[in-house]
Design a protein around this ligand. Structure first.
Ligand code: CMP
Length: 396
């Protein structure tokens, strides 16, 4: 009679504590695809990283020539450069602080994940040469959406909210329950911090409404049930806008480095996107960023997979207690099941999605290569676990 497999203990992901002083200046890898927050769980450091990303965005963006909302020319004058002014940095810092405080300590959906998504959103926009072609206020709104896209996430799925008849499910009529909550809270925090007024004063009422449209689209677009629809949107949006410049990386720059070939998008790019096409594109970019873990190095990939598995497992325990339906993959927490789940997720969702991105931005093929490498890593781990399982079954 075969015995139940012995539990195999997965080695913990390597953790290197970061010193506060390291982030008073940005880490060298911050503006590359190598960066990941998996080894930074200190909120002060994470807030510092967020500050660096917003500052970099403000420095990189041509606030005078980047185009007004609704304009189609990249050379039109604009009144939005006020947003980048140092006098507003304090308000931005207050906002970042408030957002950080409203993320919960979930295994996965926490401030660390939020900073990762903000980071990926920024470098995707930059590297795809979209930045100079999007009105700066829209870029700003997109970064706000990326940072806030999971704020106050309770650590369970929409399905759990709906089946447990939660107050949020009642409020949002079972429709993108969590995303609506994140979005509503984002606007509350924008108001509380004073950043809404700064935006209003710099871009005006119509500009603010357009920024609000961007934030709503980007946050609601992170609902995984809209994934397939969003991939179609991406195809449509990128058909509307000219393909991103397929620039080869500058000599000496790493393939995934955004530093040395920045700021040349305008020459390659053409005019500023109109509001409708920009909104479509930006909501896709935030969704891509939300599913960008698989494009990182395996240590980070493994870390985040462990964290999402833990969060799923905790939800399954609550579902069991409450007698609610549960998805079987959420209950499986052993390393072999984790490999199987991750392979399914990477092969069925993550890889096809990033292949779509790379068709539009061919010089970013290294992202697809990274996912393929990670698939091979999971396959090797799966083989190891199956082999160990067989040995255990035979020996005992
Ligand atoms: P959410 O953050 O709401 O939107 C993206 C979803 O993708 C996320 O919830 C998870 O449900 C899922 N997801 C993200 N990373 C992984 C992963 N490594 N393995 C399985 N599912 C994932």
């Amino acid at each position: 009679m075969s015995r139940a497999p012995s539990p195999i203990v997965l080695p913990p992901a390597k953790r290197i504590p970061k010193l506060v002083s390291e982030y008073l200046t940005p880490p060298d890898t911050l503006f590359t695809f190598e960066f990941d927050t998996y080894d930074i769980d200190e909120s002060f450091l994470l807030k510092n990283i967020v500050g660096h990303i917003f500052l970099r965005m403000m420095q990189d963006t041509d606030w005078r020539g980047g185009g007004e909302i609704g304009s189609t020319s990249s050379s039109s004058s604009s009144n939005i450069c006020g947003l980048a002014s140092p006098e507003h940095h304090g308000t931005l810092a207050t906002f970042i602080h408030l957002v950080c405080n409203h993320y919960r300590n979930n295994p996965y959906h926490n401030f660390q994940h939020a900073v990762n998504v903000l980071h990926s959103t920024y470098i995707l926009l930059h590297r795809a040469h979209y930045l100079p072609r999007i009105p700066p206020a829209f870029v700003f709104a997109t970064l706000i959406a990326a940072l806030c896209h999971d704020v106050d996430h309770p650590g369970n799925t929409n399905s759990y909210e709906i089946h447990s008849n939660s107050a949020l499910a009642m409020l949002y009529n079972d429709n993108s329950v969590l995303e609506n909550h994140h979005c509503h809270l984002t606007f509350t925090l924008l108001e509380q911090s004073g950043l809404k007024n700064v935006l209003l004063n710099t871009v005006g009422v119509d500009g603010y409404r357009a920024c609000r449209q961007v934030i709503i689209a980007c946050i609601l677009g992170t609902d995984m049930s809209k994934h397939s629809e969003l991939l179609r949107t991406f195809e449509a949006a990128t058909a509307l806008v000219p393909a991103a410049a397929a620039a080869a990386p500058a000599v000496g720059a790493g393939a995934n480095d955004i530093r040395d070939d920045s700021d040349d998008g305008e020459e390659k790019g053409g005019s500023v996107f109109g509001t409708e096409e920009a909104v479509l594109l930006l909501k896709c970019v935030v969704h891509f960023a939300d599913l960008s873990n698989g494009t990182k190095h395996f240590e980070a990939v493994h870390f985040w997979s462990t964290k999402i598995s833990e969060e799923f497992w905790i939800q399954s325990l609550h579902e069991e207690q409450l007698g609610l339906p549960s998805l079987s993959f959420m209950k499986a927490r052993d390393p072999l099941s984790m490999c199987v789940n991750e392979l399914m997720f990477l092969r069925n969702h993550v890889l096809p999605m990033w292949e779509g991105w790379v068709r539009k931005c061919p010089d970013m093929h290294f992202l697809v290569e990274a996912i393929q490498r990670n698939i091979r890593e999971w396959e090797a781990l799966e083989q190891d676990y199956r082999h160990t399982h067989e040995i255990h079954s035979l020996t005992f």
